[in-house]
Design a protein around this ligand. Sequence first.
Ligand SMILES: [Ca+2]
Length: 165
Amino acid sequence: MALSGFEISYEIIPPDPCEGVNCNSGSCERGLCNCPANLSGEFCESDFDECASGEPCSQHGVCVNSFGGFDCICLPGYSGVFCEEEINECASDPCRNGGTCLNEEGIFQCICREFFSGERCENTVERVECSASLCSSNGTCQQTNEPPFFRCICEPGASGEGQWQ
Ligand SMILES: [Ca+2]
């Protein structure tokens, strides 16, 4: 039996060699896994323990290994991927009434001016009576009904909260 005039051609589509291959967070190419730098093994199944090989976190962080990476758990007062950034607790200007802020590890401390107390110098110790030296830059002192019971009215060109400027 002969078939003439017909040519049967077909293409064999090979199965995808990457089908069913789990490379974790790596990529599959021709059935083989390309692993990211922090993973190894045939299927990228082996984690690299960054915490065991040297200390990737700064001295202000504790290293915690994870699959495919690591985390730095920062001590109070520090931030950043490696806990390398010291948080300036004084950045928000937390001390009131002219208090001086001291930036310390994880906390701030307010050094209050005379007549003021409290963690943020928010309390008036007593009624403050106006005196010639109370307001700087030739500001004029005026008694008020609210603590600290005075305010400074600034000269043109001077500014501030109206107190202790
Ligand atoms: Ca790791």
